[in-house]
Design a binder for this molecule. Structure first.
Ligand code: C2E
Ligand code: MG
Ligand code: MG
Length: 757
C-alpha cells in the first residue's frame, strides 16, 4: 500500500518534471524563434531607415546640382546680348555672388576667361574637350537640362550653359565645375560617409565620384558592380543582388540590395537616380557590419530577456525538482519508517527480508515474531511515553547487537518482527538483547521486567513468500497462552491444524452464543464430613447442533485471546442467576453456585456495575453466587484486582481464588486479598499426594487458610483415599469426579436439590 503510494508520488513528480522540461524546451525554442524573427524585423527596419536616409540625400544632391545648373543658366541669361567687355565685367561680378565656384566663359573666338579674366592658352585642352562634345550642342543641352558632362577625371563635374544672342542664337558658353567629392565630404553627407561610402555612378557602372571613411569599392575599380562583387562572398545571393542593382539602375528606380561580404557580414547598397543629371545615380554603401551592429543592442536586449526567462524557468524547475525529491523522501520515509521507534516498518521488512534471503541463499534465516508480555500493564502503569521508550530501546538494541543482514521492525503496538541468522550465537545474542532492553527500562524507572514472547519460524530453502513465513511465526506465537510462562514457540505443521480449528471456533462463536449452544454444567461441591452437597461450580460446555460437546479447554483459551470470554462469562453468570431465581421461585432449596470469571472481565469497564445489575435483576440473596477468580490474575496489577474484589464483596457475592497452587502467589496474598474461599487446584493436589513432604505442605496450607477464616475447597478429588486423606488435613469441602462429574443443570437439580416441604 505504502509502496504503491510512493510509486504514485514518484510518478506524479516525474510527470511534473517532464512537463516542466517540456515547457522549458518550448520556451527555449520560442525564444530562439523570437530572437531570429526580431533580428529580421530589426534588420529590415534598419535597412529601410538607411535607405530612407539615402533617398533623402539623393534628392538633396539632385536639387543641389539642379540649383548649380539654374545658377549658371541665370549667369548665361544675364550676359546674353552684351558686348565682350560688359560680359567679362558681369561674369566677374556674378562669380562673386553665386555659389558656383569659378565661372568660365568661352567666347565665339574660343578665348577662355575665368571669372572675367583672360586665361592665355589655358583653355586649349578644355576647349578641345568641349569641342569634342560639340559645345554649342552640349551647351544647348546643358542649358535646357543641366546635366553631368564628365570633362575632368577625378571628382569634378562640369556644367555649362549657352549664352544666347538676342535672336536666340548661341554666341558663346559659360561653364563651371562642381566638386562632387567636396559635396560628399560636406556635413550634409556625414551620415552616409560615416556609415560607409557614397558614390556617384553612371548607368554603365562607372564610378564618377565617391567619398566616405570606409572604402568598399575603389575609385579605380573598373565598374561599381565589379567592385561590389569583389567585396562580396561571391555566392549566388550576392551575385543576384548585383543583378538586382543593375536592373534597378537600368530602370532608373530607387531601391536597395543586400550582399554578404567576404567576411560574412551583410552590406546594404542603396541606389537612386539623379533626375537632374540623366544617366547618373547616387549610391550609398552602408558598412559591412553596420546593420548587425545597429541591431545588436536590440537583439542583446531580447536575448537577455529570453535568457532571464529561461534562467527563471530553470530555477523554478530546479525548485520543483528539489521539492519533488524531498516529497519522495518524505513519502519513502512514511512508507518505510515506523513513526514510534523511527526504525523501519513492516513494508520495509518484507522487501528487506526477501532480498536478503535471495542474496544469501546459503545462510540459514529464522523469523522471530514477538511481543512484550503485559505491555498493556507497562503502558498503563508508566504512561505511554515511557512505554514507547521501551519500544525504541528494542529497535536500538537490536540494531546494535545484530548484523546488517538482520533486521527487527515494530509492526504495531508492542508487536515486533525480526529476521535473524540462525547460527550458534543466536540464543546468546537474544539473551543480550533482552538484558539490554531491561537495562534501558530500568534506566527509565520501569521496574516491571520486560519479557518477550517469541513465535519462531526457521526459514526453509524453498520458502519464497515472506508473508507466509511471517504468518507461520505468528501462528507459533499465538500458541503461547497469554498467562503461560512459556516465552518461545517454534512453528510446527500441527499449528496449521490448530489454527484452522481456532478459525472455525472464532467464526461460529457469536452465532453459538445467540443460539444458546453454550450450556452450563454443574459440578457438586461436597462436604466430606456431613457427606452432602454444599454447593456447585458452573462449568461451561459448548453443545454443537450435531450433539458433540466441547469442553472449556478447547475454546476458553481462544476466547481469552480474542476477548469473547467476557461475553461468555457474563452469559454464564446471567443464566446461573436466572436458573437460581427460577428454582427459588419454585421453592427448591438452592446451594451456592460458583461461576468462573476470566481475568479479562476484571479489566472490563463497568464490570462491577454489570454484576450488580444481574444480581439485582434476579434478586439473588447474598452468598448465593460465588465468583471464582484464577490465582494468576495476581501476577500483575495486584492492587487493581484487589480493589475490584473489594467492590464485588460489597455486593454480597462470595469470592474464591481458583487454581491455588499453580501460580507463584505467595502466602502473603492470602492476607492481602479478602477471599472467602481458596480452591486448591486439582493437579497441585494430585502432586501433593506424591510425597510426604508435599502432603505436609498442603496440610499446613489448609491450616493457614482455615486459620485466616477462609474456606478451603480441594479440586480434582478422584478417590476415596484422597477423601480420607483430606479429612485428616481438615479440608471438608471437595470437588471431584469421585462425587460427581459436571452434569447438565436439569440433571444436577433432580439429582442433588430438593424442594422445600
Ligand atoms: P476450574 O475452574 O478449575 O474447573 C475445574 C475443572 O476441573 C473442571 O474442568 C472440572 O471438570 C475439572 N474437574 C473436576 N473434578 C475433577 C477430577 O476429579 N479430576 C479431574 N481431572 N478434573 C476434575 P472443566 O470443566 O474442563 O473446566 C476447565 C477449566 O475451564 C476450569 O477450571 C475453568 O478454569 C475453565 N472454565 C470452565 N468454565 C468456564 C467458564 O464458564 N468461564 C471461564 N472463564 N472459565 C471456565
Ligand atoms: Mg473454577
Ligand atoms: Mg480450579
Amino acid at each position: 500500500m505504502a509502496a504503491r503510494e510512493r510509486g504514485k508520488t514518484e510518478k506524479s513528480s516525474t510527470g511534473i518534471i517532464k512537463a516542466g522540461l517540456f515547457v522549458l524546451l518550448l520556451c527555449i525554442a520560442l525564444s530562439i524563434i523570437m530572437v531570429v524573427v526580431q533580428q529580421d524585423t530589426y534588420r529590415s527596419q534598419v535597412s529601410k531607415e538607411f535607405h530612407q536616409q539615402h533617398v533623402s540625400m539623393g534628392e538633396y544632391l539632385n536639387s543641389l546640382l539642379m540649383g548649380y545648373g539654374q545658377g549658371l543658366m541665370n549667369v548665361a541669361w544675364t550676359i546674353g546680348g552684351h558686348d565682350e567687355d560688359s560680359i567679362q565685367a558681369r561674369i566677374a561680378t556674378t562669380s562673386e555672388l553665386t555659389a558656383l565656384g569659378h565661372i568660365y566663359y568661352i567666347n565665339a573666338m574660343g578665348e577662355l576667361h575665368e571669372d572675367g579674366e583672360d586665361i592665355e592658352g589655358g583653355s586649349e585642352q578644355m576647349f578641345e574637350q568641349l569641342q569634342e562634345l560639340s559645345y554649342p550642342k552640349a551647351a544647348a543641352y546643358i542649358g535646357l537640362a543641366p546635366s553631368a558632362v564628365r570633362l575632368f577625371t577625378g571628382s569634378s563635374m562640369v556644367i555649362a550653359a549657352p549664352v544666347r544672342t538676342p535672336d536666340y542664337g548661341i554666341s558663346s558658353v559659360v561653364f563651371s565645375t562642381i566638386d562632387i567629392e567636396g559635396i560628399f565630404e560636406s556635413d550634409a553627407f556625414a551620415y552616409q560617409t560615416q556609415k560607409g561610402q557614397c558614390l556617384l555612378v553612371s548607368d554603365a557602372g562607372e564610378i564618377i565620384a565617391g567619398a566616405g571613411g570606409y572604402r568598399i569599392v575603389d575609385m579605380t575599380d573598373e565598374s561599381f558592380q565589379l567592385g561590389l562583387l569583389e567585396h562580396s562572398d561571391k555566392e549566388g545571393l550576392s551575385k543576384r543582388a548585383v543583378q538586382d542593382f543593375n536592373y534597378g539602375i537600368a530602370k532608373k528606380t530607387n531601391g536597395f540590395v543586400t550582399i554578404t561580404t567576404a567576411d560574412g557580414y551583410r552590406m546594404q547598397v542603396s541606389y537612386s537616380p539623379l533626375n537632374g543629371c540623366d544617366g547618373l545615380h547616387f549610391v550609398s554603401c552602408f558598412q559591412d557590419n553596420l546593420i548587425d551592429q545597429s541591431i545588436k543592442p536590440l537583439i542583446f536586449t531580447s536575448v537577455l530577456t529570453c535568457s532571464i526567462i529561461i534562467v527563471v524557468m530553470i530555477g523554478a524547475l530546479t525548485l520543483v525538482w528539489i521539492s519533488a525529491k524531498s516529497t519522495n523522501l518524505t513519502v519513502e520515509r512514511l512508507a518505510y519508517e515506523d513513526p514510534v521507534t523511527k526504525g523501519k516498518n513492516l513494508n520495509y521488512f518484507r522487501e528487506f527480508a526477501l532480498n536478503t534471503m535471495i542474496s544469501n541463499r546459503e545462510t540459514p534465516f529464522i523469523i522471530y515474531r514477538f511481543d512484550i508480555a503485559n505491555f498493556r500493564y507497562i503502558n498503563e502503569s508508566y504512561g505511554h511515553h515511557r512505554a514507547d521508550m521501551v519500544l525504541v530501546s528494542c529497535i536500538k538494541n537490536f540494531e546494535r547487537l545484530f548484523s546488517e543482514r538482520e533486521l527487527c521492525v515494530r509492526m504495531d503496538a508492542d508487536q515486533f518482527l525480526a529476521v535473524l541468522i540462525n547460527d550458534s550465537l543466536l540464543d546468546k545474542k537474544m539473551d543480550e538483547f533482552t538484558n539490554a532492553v531491561n537495562a534501558d527500562a530500568r534506566g527509565n524507572q520501569i521496574k516491571y521486567p520486560i519479557r518477550f514472547k517469541y513465535g519462531i519460524y526457521p526459514v526453509k530453502k524453498h520458502d519464497h513468500d515472506i508473508d507466509v513465513m511471517i504468518d507461520h511465526a505468528n501462528v507459533a506465537k499465538k500458541t503461547i497462552k497469554s498467562d503461560s510462562k512459556e516465552t518461545k514457540a517454534l512453528y510446527t505443521e500441527r499449528f496449521v491444524d490448530d489454527m484452522r480449528k481456532v478459525d472455525h471456533i472464532e467464526s461460529s462463536m457469536q452465532k453459538a452464543l445467540a443460539e444458546n449452544e453454550f450450556k452450563v454444567y454443574l459440578q457438586t461441591k461436597w462436604d466430606i464430613i456431613e457427606n452432602k452437597v454444599t454447593g456447585a461450580e458452573a462449568l461451561v460446555r459448548w453443545v454443537r447442533p450435531n450433539g458433540s460437546v466441547l469442553g472449556p479447554e478447547q475454546f476458553v483459551p481462544i476466547f481469552e485471546n480474542n476477548g469473547f470470554i467476557e461475553q461468555l462469562d457474563f452469559y454464564t453468570l446471567e443464566s446461573v442467576c436466572m436458573r437460581m431465581r427460577e428454582m427459588m421461585d419454585d421453592g427448591i432449596d438452592v446451594v451456592p453456585v460458583s461461576v468462573n470469571q476470566s481475568r479479562l472481565l476484571l479489566h472490563s469497564p463497568d464490570y462491577v456495575e454489570n454484576v450488580e445489575k444481574v444480581l439485582k435483576q434476579y434478586n439473588i440473596p447474598p452468598g448465593a453466587i460465588e465468583l471464582e477468580i484464577t490465582e494468576s490474575v495476581f501476577d500483575n496489577e495486584k492492587e487493581d484486582v484487589i480493589a475490584i474484589i473489594r467492590r464485588l464483596k460489597m455486593l454480597g457475592v462470595r469470592l474464591s481464588m481458583d487454581d491455588f497452587g499453580t501460580g507463584y502467589s505467595s502466602l502473603n496474598m492470602l492476607t492481602e486479598v479478602p477471599f472467602d474461599v481458596i480452591k486448591i487446584d486439582g493437579e497441585y493436589f494430585a502432586r501433593s499426594a506424591e510425597s510426604e513432604q508435599e502432603r505436609m505442605v498442603l496440610g499446613k496450607i489448609v491450616e493457614i487458610i482455615k486459620d485466616l477464616g477462609m474456606e478451603v475447597v480441594c479440586e480434582g478429588v478422584e478417590s476415596e483415599a484422597q477423601v480420607e486423606y483430606l479429612k485428616t488435613t481438615g479440608c471438608r469441602t471437595v470437588q471431584g469426579y469421585y462425587f460427581s462429574i459436571p452434569v447438565p443443570e436439569p440433571e444436577f437439580i433432580t439429582r442433588y436439590l430438593k424442594k422445600n416441604e
